[in-house]
Design a protein around this ligand. Structure first.
Ligand SMILES: Cc1cc2nc3c(=O)[nH]c(=O)nc-3n(C[C@H](O)[C@H](O)[C@H](O)COP(=O)(O)OP(=O)(O)OC[C@H]3O[C@@H](n4cnc5c(N)ncnc54)[C@H](O)[C@@H]3O)c2cc1C
Length: 410
């Protein structure tokens, strides 16, 4: 939609083909219904993964966060800034979707919904697009052809397919000669081995999750963790999940270590526990960590350290306090998998970016074809970066397609 608006504003005749009942459906689910549109803290090398080095920076440096905010401001969408995280002022993701649709309609963009694109073919002077038109009420589909001098493929990945992105964009790109890096769930929950997690389900606590692949440190992030019956979730888990996804797909061993006391060093943790033992020696073991971590977690960590829950805290020997410190600082979780595409917020993998010109988003293999957003082999971290990627690539593709059309006089 950002591409369509940009191209239409530059004077092009634009048609959007969307197989859902309306465009922008995924936006409605973003940011828990509030839509974290972008983020003022932008370092593309840190915030985007995948692709080739420098590709994301080359794109974001052309359509920056400021330029994106000007784009939305020009569409009449005020925003609010929460420590750099940008949301629509209304607090409603629907405002972002509605704003894009209203502007596209104002500019005369034809939005053809219930139109599932099945093929894009390059012709002598442009493209022929084949689509199934599905009238849900009548449960029948019939085929239609469209043509365009330029085509912008903005079909998303295959995360959260119920919101429209069913992965068909990859097949369209592949059919046009684009290499597809196998898509995998990213920004997703991780499943862990062992029955312990069933016991811990429902706990939310501050912590740092560190991921190790074949014993080597791969990624780490701090924030609110959620322990669930299948494993671990929460923003820090999402942030490291794509590394687990890729490593597991390569058959490598993945392990997470959780630090439930990230504000303390190892030595400080042992001292802290020793002081606590002196102060609270009359308490039973089950209450030794009360107030430090959620109670259920405290009992589990004590048991894992081999400390009786019914003995007095004063009886805990130094050796076991050290084991408890180890549990608090490096609680082990063997990662067996990720949750599915249905639960993932984005995909890693997608159309390889070495076949795309980052100054225009035009395909280097098929002139006149542009690829944008999550369809590409670039994934952003949590915090508004994936939508920023969609806005930046979309605006750039719309602008480039329009400039070329203008130069052609068409
Ligand atoms: C629950 C959830 C929360 C999220 N929260 C955030 C957030 O707060 N901030 C953030 O930055 N990112 C967030 N994301 C990620 C972000 O929404 C996506 O990365 C972004 O929407 C990708 O934009 P896109 O235009 O590339 O693809 P999409 O938004 O997926 O749009 C692709 C469109 O193409 C249509 N389509 C696909 N194939 C065809 C076809 N063959 N024919 C016709 N139409 C087709 C689809 O129906 C869809 O409308 C979230 C994602 C999810 C699932």
């Amino acid at each position: 939609m950002a591409a369509a608006i940009t191209a239409a504003a530059a004077g092009c005749r634009v048609t959007v083909l969307e197989h859902g009942e309306r465009p922008c459906r995924k936006i409605l689910a973003t940011g828990n219904g509030r839509c974290n549109m972008t983020n003022r803290h932008m370092d593309p090398e840190q915030c985007y993964r995948g692709g080739t080095p420098g590709f994301a920076s080359a794109v974001i440096s052309q359509v920056t966060v400021d330029r994106t905010l000007n784009f939305f401001s020009g569409l009449g969408l005020p925003v609010k800034d929460r420590s750099g995280y940008i949301y629509p002022r209304s607090g409603q993701a629907a405002s972002v979707a509605d704003t894009l649709i209203l502007e596209a309609e104002r500019l005369g963009v034809r939005i053809r919904c219930k139109t599932h694109v099945t093929a894009v073919e390059q012709m002598e002077h442009g493209f022929r697009i084949t689509a199934d038109l599905t009238e849900k009420a009548e449960k029948e589909a019939f085929r239609s052809k469209f043509s365009g001098r330029k085509v912008i493929l903005a079909a998303g990945g295959k995360a959260a397919p119920s919101s429209g992105s069913d992965g068909s964009g990859y097949e369209l790109a592949r059919s046009l000669g684009h290499r597809i890096i196998p898509p995998l769930p990213a920004l997703v929950q991780l499943t862990c081995r062992g029955k312990l997690f069933r016991q811990l389900a429902g706990i939310r606590t501050e912590g740092t999750v560190s991921l190790y692949v074949d014993g080597l440190s791969a990624a780490s992030d701090r924030g609110e963790l959620q322990l669930t019956d299948y494993g671990i979730s929460g923003i820090p888990v999402f942030q490291v999940s794509r590394f687990a996804s890729v490593a597991l797909s390569e058959g490598r061993r993945v392990e997470a270590r959780i630090d439930f006391l990230p504000e303390f060093s190892d030595e400080e943790t042992v001292l802290f526990l020793q002081k606590r033992r002196s102060l609270l020696g009359a308490r039973e073991g089950r209450d030794f960590l009360t107030g430090v971590v959620p109670w259920k977690l405290g009992c589990t960590l004590m048991s894992q350290a081999g400390i009786s829950l019914s003995d007095l805290s004063s009886m805990i020997p130094d050796r076991k306090l050290e084991r408890l410190a180890e549990q608090l600082k490096r609680f082990p979780a063997e990662i067996t998998g990720t949750r599915s595409f249905d639960q993932a917020q984005v995909c890693c993998g997608g159309a390889a970016v070495d076949q795309i010109d980052p100054s225009s988003m035009e395909s280097l293999t098929v002139p006149g074809l542009y690829l944008t957003g999550e369809l590409l082999d670039i994934d952003g971290i949590c915090g508004g970066y994936n939508l920023q990627w969609a806005w930046s690539t979309g605006i750039l593709a719309g602008q480039s397609a329009a400039n070329i059309l203008k130069k052609d006089g068409g």
